[in-house]
Design a protein around this ligand. Structure first.
Ligand code: URP
Ligand code: ZN
Ligand code: ZN
Length: 469
């Protein structure tokens, strides 16, 4: 007689975004089918021993194997990136399918499916990056692709090869409104950055640390305000991504006080790094922490913590943008130490996102365990049309689970599974790490080793966003 459950996770201290309760978790065909005490024996048993069990993390912002101008090339493809995600407790990732100028969005989507298929170890969807919103793209391609499950897209207000002008932004926002999709906005003023960069470089100020001087909070504040104004004009919700500090936060709170539906994302780098990590002298080591917007200072870290606790932020994502340091395709383009404008932007963080927030947020009492789940799993799942299949522990949800060990250790890059040769968090003390990660009922990380398989991660055709601020 076959047993009712393929797997029972026993003695779990389950935490969802709203509740915390003791339960066994009965799993059949990769789905949670029963929650209760003293469940009958399953084909397999996993004893959580009273430890905290949360839904698998949903990382709503990471870059994997993204096509970028040479010589830069991302260190992580869909295998190493999703393996790293699994070992850090993330079971769903939403990286980007980036349109190339002059090409269609459809071509981008097909290309990224080729890159992911047979390689992803956890489930994945794609945001689109719209860089060339022609009439055809806006009127035909976007609606078709939204219908097919690509229900969110990112637009850039900076980077010469990616940025849209104001008129193009309005066109894309209007399409999002017509079809119920979510627009992610990278809000930094391109012209201000260009002007500051030129003056710094002309004065010989080219070390990595000047990246922060070229992108002060003002440029983020102005672009955030402009994006909010466009959203008001079109009357559509938007998500401001990777918010770094007080000035952008003030704009978001101002908009909300006016009743607008403006959502905000932040990332671990704005909680755990400061501009000093880009260098206090002209050392090239600072290139490791060059990302945009740049990390700010400790006062701004406090503002971001407050925003996580008080609901200003709806999600916390990694913005994993993997470039190795000692690499001609990474932070040393063509083997050189280059001026800051030529350092590839981005830092790794898929695997460390949850343990860092659990340690410094939950265990240090800055946020509740339920809020941790909401920020890292439930809200991204709702925002990106994956809830309730993803982002919660409930009957009928995918059995994506993390069993947490609360033990102290020192974070080193050797522990991690990405293909990047450093972590910006080297040497930090952390007090939580997944003891087990399960993706649709399969153990993909057992606390010591990655136990998943390339190709087991499935593409997720996503619904429309269901989260409002
Ligand atoms: O520096 C960053 N954030 N790089 C990744 C690309 C982006 O804008 O998110
Ligand atoms: Zn961005
Ligand atoms: Zn990003």
């Amino acid at each position: 007689m076959p047993k009712a459950f393929d797997l029972v996770v026993r003695n779990a201290h389950v935490a969802t975004a709203s509740d915390t309760f003791r339960s066994d978790i009965g799993i059949k065909d990769g789905v949670v089918v029963h929650l209760g005490l003293s469940l009958p024996e399953g084909e397999r048993e996993l004893d959580a021993n009273g430890r905290v069990v949360t839904p698998g993390g949903v990382d709503g912002h990471c870059h994997l194997d993204q096509v970028i101008p040479p010589p830069a090339r991302m260190a992580d493809d869909f295998f190493s990136g999703t393996k790293s995600a699994a070992c850090g407790g993330t079971t769903t990732v939403i990286p980007f399918a980036a349109q190339q100028k002059g090409a269609s969005l459809r071509a981008a989507v097909e290309e990224y499916h080729r890159r992911a298929e047979g390689r992803a170890t956890v489930d994945y969807g794609f945001h689109l990056i719209v860089v060339d919103p022609t009439a055809d793209v806006v009127a035909k391609e976007l609606p078709q692709l939204i219908e097919e499950g690509y229900t969110s897209f990112k637009i850039y207000m900076t980077y010469d090869d990616l940025k849209l002008n104001d008129r193009q932004m309005l066109d894309v926002l209007a399409a999002a409104r017509r079809h119920g999709a979510m627009t992610l906005v990278h809000a930094e003023n391109s012209e201000c950055i260009g002007w500051l960069t030129e003056s710094l470089v002309n004065n010989g100020l080219t070390a990595p640390r000047y990246h922060a001087n070229a992108r002060p909070m003002l440029v983020e504040r102005e672009a955030t305000h402009r994006a909010i104004s466009f959203a008001e004009l079109v009357d559509v919700p938007i998500l401001i991504v990777h918010v770094s500090g007080r000035e952008a936060v003030e704009q978001i709170q101002w908009a909300r006080n006016r009743g607008m539906n403006i959502l905000a994302e932040t990332c671990p780098q704005y909680l755990f790094l400061t501009a000093e990590d880009l260098g206090i002298d002209d050392s090239y080591q600072g290139a490791k922490c060059v990302c945009s917007p740049p990390p700010r200072d400790s006062a701004n870290q406090s503002v971001i913590w407050r925003g996580l606790a008080d609901g200003t932020f709806s999600i916390l994502s990694s913005d994993h943008a993997p470039f190795s340091f000692d690499d001609e395709a990474g932070k040393h383009p063509n083997g050189e130490q280059v001026a800051f404008p030529y350092i590839p932007n981005g830092i790794p963080g898929l695997e460390t996102r949850l343990p860092l927030l659990y340690t410094e947020g939950v265990l240090e009492g800055r946020i509740s365990l339920n809020r941790f789940v909401e920020l890292t799993a439930t809200n991204p799942a709702k925002l990106y049309g994956l809830h309730p299949r993803k982002g919660t522990i409930a009957i009928g949800a995918d059995a994506d689970l993390v069993i947490w060990d609360e033990v102290e250790r020192t974070l080193t890059n050797d522990m991690l599974h990405h293909a990047v040769d450093y972590t910006p968090y080297e040497g930090r003390r952390i007090r939580a790490w997944p003891a087990f990660t399960l993706c649709r009922g399969r153990v993909v990380w057992d606390g010591k080793e990655f136990t998943g398989t390339a190709g087991e991660g499935k593409f997720l055709r996503r619904g429309l966003p269901t989260l409002r601020r």
